[in-house]
Design a protein. Sequence first.
Length: 280
Amino acid sequence: MSKRPTGREAAASSRSTAGVTRRRLLAGGAVAAVAGLSGCLGGRDGPVPKPEVTSDRIDDWRQIDESESTVFERSYGPITVRARESTRIYEYVDVAEALAETVDASGSPVVFFATRIDLRPAVDQLPAGVGRDRLMTEVEAAATDAFRAQLRNSGIENVEVVDEGITTVRSGHTATAWKLTGEYAVDGSVPLPDGSTTAVSETVGIESRLGVWHDGTDVIVAGGAYPTEPLIEVVDDALPDPIDAETSVTELGDAESADALATDPAAFDEDVSQLLISVT
């Protein structure tokens, strides 16, 4: 496995309103069941605490979105339940910047998100029959559907669940974990030595990891996606012979850009896996 590239210092930045909307995990009706499991130890006043990514690996990523909103409202008998969320979404700095510098592409297939969902009133105040076990089944099904939608909104298509299991997160709680696959289209153009440009329109395979668990108070949903082959190979496939992708990328950007796009997918897998289990 190649060495994981060192991230540049990067301040958290925001995209346009449209970009923010596209990148949110919690969209539409899929939120309902995800929200249902939260707050089983009692209610909370005030804003929902932001999810925290405690792994220092997050230093190589930058936050590109943050939201706090009421995402769900439903009546259970005489009780109206409202769910509130706090979400943070990140992209891997070096890859996003390298793609922008070399192929003039926006966005990145290397993304990570963390969400905390709070239910008000708490589960112990709901009518009989609306219990934790029932809601856990619903939240897990909805979480996979919502994550698939998030990946599609981020440009990742043909998403399929290929594995399901459990893992222990750093807080000691047990999470249900899924592995998903998909495809991401890299579209842009690369300048050539003769002054012309060549189009980059290639598809790269994507692998994703998702985890959902209850932390004793709220539901935590965390996951990320990354390519299954070095992105520099995608650029190389688009370039005419005998132009070398590494040389071209280095000239358009710098050596760090070439290193970022040449990252072994196993390094991204390790990053996403460690970030996922570190969310609190």
